[in-house]
Design a protein around this ligand. Structure first.
Ligand code: CS2
Length: 478
């Protein structure tokens, strides 16, 4: 049991709600809500968070029953540190509480709307980073603007209401792992509003800002086992505890329409340009994660820390980090070698059970910024493409939907059905490569038309199919 459970260093009821957060997953509760909790204790302000769940109802209901309070447990090897977070004032689920949510989003007190809705929540097309007009939820929302079910639809609807009510706009703060995440958010919102009313788009341009951010904290999902473990650690039952690592980072573009909490008091950094931090994190951390997720899941290895105890994969990640980091532009105050060492240590944390299958989700939305973009740059510069090609090949192997021990699994990808159809009956590396290349916008055309790239990926996949993931990884590092 944890001897000292931290408590909010302020009276939560004395602070109003100035933030609406969309996406009530564990990551938000480990990251932005924790920063806000510290900021409230340091500088006060009406900055509590009203949190919204777009799809599920369970977490919102459970959290509302606990008046927004929950336990955050930071786990370092052999040690747990628990803290009660008080920054969430209320929680609602869109499926059953639409009216309450619209009231929040049109509240004059709300100055920031933040988002952790995962890559696919933005309904964007990775080929051009614009709104995907074929997306079923976007088609629904354009037809039924008053009943939005997508994130762009809900945001534009609430901004339209604010404009009609003569209210101000807000800062829309994307906290997801997208490339130039502020710009993609801006694109999808304006692309959507352009189709509703161009005057509304103009109003949004003048009344909303879209700062980019880089967010980082490794946060596994909350499982039933963890709920039990958390209850034992703290000594009180909590239906929605969150487990995370001690490390966290938040780099934010300082472009707020109105004021903001003192997140810097909790360690957030405000900068003019987030892009180099975001590139570093997406390519080094998230790129390695995708490598381990597909290799691990196909080889039957369940967590990232178990992958790190598998010498072939550990060495491959080291090789990958070295290849990526040497190509990044130097960044003041950041030492990429030290950052790599820290990543290895974080991935190894045995107390963080971060499932490879969790990270494997939504690969079609993750691979472009994590693997394809740096691969394309490496090709142009004549640098090594080996680990990018291996990650791509092992992702293709994952897309077959059957692990090496014969277990079938769902791909958990928005393009799952189409991928299954394309790959039906395809067994050899060249046929798999050719079939996936046919999927509209799935793979960047220029990169996949490159012969060196195609050959390296096909050879790698061929070896994975013949020798298995681990032997192929071993020969990749030999
Ligand atoms: C992971 C990220 O699931 C994934 O795709 O790579 O959620 C990762 O754990 C976070 O970005 C860490 O900050």
């Amino acid at each position: 049991m944890c001897r000292n459970v931290g408590r909010p260093g302020y009276d939560p009821t004395a602070h109003g709600t100035g933030i609406v957060h969309i996406g009530l997953g564990a990551f938000h509760r480990a990251h932005q809500a924790a920063y806000t909790d510290t900021a409230l204790a340091a500088s006060g302000g009406d900055w509590r968070i009203a949190a919204i769940s777009m799809r599920s109802t369970e977490t919102a209901q459970k959290l509302a029953e606990q008046d927004g309070f929950y336990t955050l447990i930071e786990k370092s090897p052999g040690q747990s540190c628990a803290r009660i977070i008080g920054s969430i004032s209320t929680a609602f689920a869109l499926r059953i509480q639409r009216a309450q949510i619209m009231a929040l989003l049109t509240s004059p007190e709300v100055k920031i709307v933040s988002l952790t809705v995962t890559e696919k929540g933005y309904c964007y097309y990775t080929r051009d980073n614009r709104l995907d007009l074929d997306n079923a939820t976007i088609r629904h929302d354009l037809a039924e603007f008053d009943q939005p079910i997508s994130v762009p639809g809900l945001i534009v609807k609430s901004l339209s209401e604010r404009r009609n009510l003569g209210l101000k706009g807000f800062t829309l703060l994307c906290c997801d792992n997208l490339p130039n995440n502020g710009e993609i958010t801006r694109h999808v919102v304006l692309d959507f509003s352009d189709r509703i009313d161009p005057h509304l788009s103009n109003w949004i341009k003048n009344n909303v800002t879209f700062p980019s951010t880089m967010v980082d904290r490794i946060t596994p999902e909350t499982t039933d086992d963890f709920v039990e473990e958390a209850t034992k650690t703290v000594g009180v039952f909590d239906a929605v505890p969150v487990q995370t690592e001690p490390f966290s980072q938040w780099v934010i573009e300082d472009d707020f329409k109105y004021d903001r909490p003192a997140w810097d008091a909790a360690g957030a950094i405000f900068v003019e340009d987030v892009a180099p931090y975001e590139k570093m994190k997406l390519r080094m951390l998230n790129g390695s994660h995708s490598l381990l997720a597909y290799a691990g899941h196909v080889a039957g290895i369940k967590t990232v820390s178990e992958c790190m105890s598998t010498p072939e994969l550990r060495e491959l990640v080291q090789l990958h980090l070295a290849a990526v980091s040497t190509k990044l532009t130097p960044l003041a105050g950041v030492n990429y070698t030290a950052y790599s060492h820290k990543l290895i240590e974080r991935f190894e944390n045995p107390d963080i059970q971060h499932a490879t299958y969790q990270i494997a989700m939504d690969g079609s939305m993750k691979m472009p910024q994590r693997i394809f973009e740096p691969a394309e740059e490496a090709l142009v510069e004549g640098a090594s493409i080996q680990t990018y090609a291996f990650t791509t090949a092992v992702w293709f192997r994952y897309l077959l939907g059957k692990s090496e021990n014969g277990n079938r699994y769902s791909l958990r990808d928005p393009r799952e059905r189409e991928i299954h159809e394309l790959l039906a009956g395809k067994k050899d590396a060249r046929a798999i490569f050719g079939a996936l290349k046919m999927a509209d916008g799935l793979l960047p055309q220029k990169l996949f038309a490159n012969e060196t790239w195609a050959k390296t990926v096909i050879d790698s996949l061929d070896q994975i199919l013949t020798d298995g993931v681990l032997r192929s990884a071993a020969s990749a590092v030999a």
